[in-house]
Design a binder for this molecule. Sequence first.
Ligand code: SAM
Length: 210
Amino acid sequence: MYKEYKQEEHWDGHYRKKDNVVLNYDGWLDKYIDIFPQNAKIVDLGCGSGSDTDFLLKKGFSVCSTDFSEEALKVLKSLVPQAKALKVDLTEKLPFEDNEFDVVVADLSLHYFEWVLTKQIETEIKRILRNEGIIIARFNSDKDYGFGADNGKILEPGLRLVHGRTKRFFSEKDIDDLFTNWKIICKCENITERYLKAKAYWEFAAYNRK
Ligand SMILES: C[S@@+](CC[C@H](N)C(=O)[O-])C[C@H]1O[C@@H](n2cnc3c(N)ncnc32)[C@H](O)[C@@H]1O
């Protein structure tokens, strides 16, 4: 791993800023709720301040909310006091049993890593998700020019060093290469206005195949 670019400090600093102590759910999960099993057990990987967690809890699901930033988890607990928060670093073996979850949500949290590690995370997600369980994730698009898709040093294909941080910008082929044995529900490029600038992203949802 590019250890020199470990990013906890950046994210701790991010969540210490008052402006980032907010929930800004933009509705992207709404359309999937109907395909979740009743009482689905969900893990939110890289939950941040808890926008998705808050939405899912309000829909009555059981959610385990994880992030490696202690500050993110503090913000989560302040904004969503009922959240079950767990410190988890995605670059390590995930601290969950095989087949533990019905749904994995990973909203803009899987695009910071070199390819080998990104693939390792996909394998771990497969392991903790039951057969026919659902992954729903969003990734930086390679057209996300407002957030660095065309600047910074290229460290490996798709991975850039942007303002001292590693960021991956996904093409459609990257999404296909990452998720090779899944039954696709949705793979689409879109734009969210949840930040100060428009952000281009890939959305991916699929059933697990074991
Ligand atoms: C762009 S934010 C998205 C937060 C949240 N999912 C949302 O959409 O509101 C990315 C999140 O990924 C987390 N993250 C980055 N690298 C991580 C890692 N190695 N392990 C766990 N979380 C990580 C950050 O702390 C941050 O909360």
